[in-house]
Write a protein that binds this ligand. Structure first.
Ligand code: BCO
Length: 565
């Protein structure tokens, strides 16, 4: 495989607005980032022009289905017109202005893509959230970000209504639903009469574009802020060389709209390449529906969490004939070598793992054409210089375990997040010497391949979700049965790892039926915080291991779960 950077300039298939052609020079610090960049104006509208001149295949830019007969197919031209109307809805009746933060809590509906592009066109800061968020989660997000606007679906409307009086900065609530609801503006109604005339704001390259909430070991989720260039230009290489996309491709990326993986796999990387983004809005994830979708639609490229592949390989995959599938990807949690092998045996297709983070996008990957070492997450990808470092910021020799880190050689890579908003302490804590520290432990072998070892902190990575133990412990303590708890990861054959809670019970609950109480605590956590975080395993204990100063030693419990001494 030729080094990507050399091919970048020579590759006529790459859409090349100025900023993209200069990617390599910018990355080496030989040229500054262009002052302004806007993905909607500089990329999407260019594809729209290419459609008109016949330089792009006639496939849609967005192809959405819901399995119940609902289908939407938009060209780049249509996406342009409709997102301009959405931009006018956000700025005029909603009264939102450039720089305002907007929480967008929608399932995989076409309007999510419209609002996303509309935020780019208007310079609004897009803050996606999963529809699994509870009232408490939403309250935290709205207050911490001082969001001025909220776009939500009917399923989250009651949760929003229960906390909205505590959010003094929130000016506008916009409901995406065929039905209207008192106290909400109706997206559908306003959209009908909105003008399609809108001129795209010339956003600065480093101007904030989006905020992602990301969990850590302690405290509430941090607000990782990305700029127009970190998202809009940063994913060029990922789209071209990991996802291997061209404008004739159709990618199905399974990720929920709340995660950065939706931005990588269902917005920026595919649309930079002019590819079609396919979406199936399933009410509930289901392997049969999933496999039927691959046999019905001309999906060429599939990207989902290892947990999904673990679920799929339980089926007899040889019974299915996938229509066009040629390239399969996975990321968000470690992939087992065994699952890769089973997928390959049953479908004939390789699984190309990528490793990344909300803060910095894709860091390592098995690029198309590169030899895959089963169990490894591939080599470092541009624009990053990935290294394994010690606690003093020194690069470790190959084969030695350490912290996975990214060199911050000046200039700081522009695909980096800008900061954790209002949290300079946590932003600074990611830097060690000349490196950004990911918080993950790993090893690099002598061929430059990286091998994931685990988190350096207590964060749990389950089914591709990053779960902070403190958030689960805080939910548990709100139940009268819980005196204290410690939440750690525990191995699971399908989900990689799951959340396990060690719980010390209060006296009145000590004689409760443990099975019933486990279910009660699980339901309790699902009500307090997003359900994907609920402890799938619960163990009642008399006491928790603690340090001399009284701090709970989660590592002791975790090691016990994983059979480590
Ligand atoms: O499994 P259970 O049924 O016991 O519980 C599930 C749901 O039933 C439950 N739930 C959901 N909504 C609820 C609710 N319970 C009560 N009330 C509600 N409103 O909560 C549990 C949620 O678990 P889940 O989301 O894992 O569900 P499921 O159906 O098993 O889905 C499996 C996956 C694999 C489809 C799902 O886990 C998934 O999408 N995982 C991938 C996550 C992902 O995209 N991660 C990428 C993050 S970005 C990143 O890593 C950066 C990379 C550059």
């Amino acid at each position: 495989l030729a080094p990507p950077v050399r091919r970048l300039h020579a590759d006529p298939r790459l859409l090349a607005p100025l900023a993209l052609a200069d990617f390599e020079a910018i990355n080496r610090g030989e040229r500054p980032l262009p002052e302004s960049f806007n993905f909607a104006g500089d990329v999407l509208d260019q594809w729209s022009q290419k459609e008109q001149t016949g330089e792009r295949p006639a496939s849609p830019a967005l192809w959405w289905v819901n399995g119940k007969g609902g289908e939407v197919k938009w060209s780049f031209g249509e996406l342009g017109t409709l997102s301009r109307k959405a931009a006018n809805v956000l700025t005029q009746p909603c009264g939102l202005a450039r720089g305002d933060r907007v929480a967008v809590i929608l399932p995989r509906v076409p309007e999510w893509w419209l609002v996303n592009v509309a935020c780019m066109r208007t310079g609004l800061v897009f803050m996606p959230g999963t529809t699994q968020l509870t009232a408490k989660d939403i309250l935290y997000r709205l207050r911490a970000s001082k969001a001025k606007g909220l776009v939500a679906s009917e399923e989250v409307a009651p949760a929003v209504e229960s906390i909205v009086s505590e959010c003094p900065d929130l000016r506008t609530k916009l409901l995406v639903s065929p039905r209207s609801r008192p106290g909400w503006l109706s997206f559908q109604e306003l959209f009908q009469c909105a003008s399609a005339e809108h001129s795209c704001v010339e956003t600065g390259s480093r101007e904030p574009a989006a905020i992602y909430f990301t969990s850590g070991t302690s405290g509430s989720p941090k607000m990782a802020q990305h700029s127009h260039s970190s998202l809009g230009i940063g994913y060029t290489l990922c789209g071209r060389y990991w996802l291997d996309l061209e404008s004739s491709d159709t990618i199905w990326n399974m990720s929920d709209t709340g995660w950065i993986k939706a931005a990588i796999g269902s917005v920026f990387s595919p649309w930079l390449q002019g590819a079609c983004v396919f979406v199936h809005q399933m009410a509930q994830f289901d392997t049969d529906t999933f496999l039927d979708t691959l046999t019905t639609y001309p999906i060429t490229t599939l990207c989902c969490a290892p947990t999904v592949y673990r679920m799929l390989v339980q089926k007899d995959l040889k019974r299915y004939k996938f229509l066009k599938l040629r390239h399969c990807l996975t990321g968000g949690e470690p992939l087992n070598a065994e699952v890769r092998e089973q997928w390959k045996r049953q479908t004939g297709l390789d699984l190309h793992e990528g490793y990344g983070q909300t803060e910095v996008g894709i860091i390592c990957a098995n690029l198309k054409g590169q030899e895959i070492k089963p169990g490894s997450m591939g080599k470092g990808v541009l624009p990053y210089d990935v290294q394994i470092i010690d606690e003093n910021g020194n690069i470790l020799p190959t084969g030695q375990e350490g912290d996975i880190a990214l060199a911050l050689k000046p200039p700081r890579p522009f695909s980096f997040f800008s900061e954790y908003v209002d949290n300079p302490g946590k932003t600074a804590a990611t830097i060690r010497g000349n490196f950004y520290v990911t918080g993950d432990r790993g090893v690099m072998d002598s061929d430059g391949y990286f091998w994931f070892v685990g988190r350096a902190d207590d964060v749990i990575i389950s089914s591709g979700y990053r779960i902070g133990p403190f958030e689960v412990e805080s939910a548990l303590i709100e139940h009268p049965a819980v005196v204290e708890s410690a939440v750690v990861s525990s191995p699971d054959p399908i989900r990689g790892e799951v959340v396990k809670a060690f719980v010390v019970l209060s006296v009145p609950f000590k004689s409760s039926d443990p099975e019933k109480l486990t279910l009660e605590l699980q339901e309790h956590v699902k009500k307090i915080t997003a359900p994907y975080k609920y402890p799938r395993k619960v163990e009642f204990v008399e006491q928790l291991p603690k340090t001399i100063t009284g701090k709970i030693k989660r590592n002791v419990l975790r090691d016990q779960e994983w059979g480590r001494t």
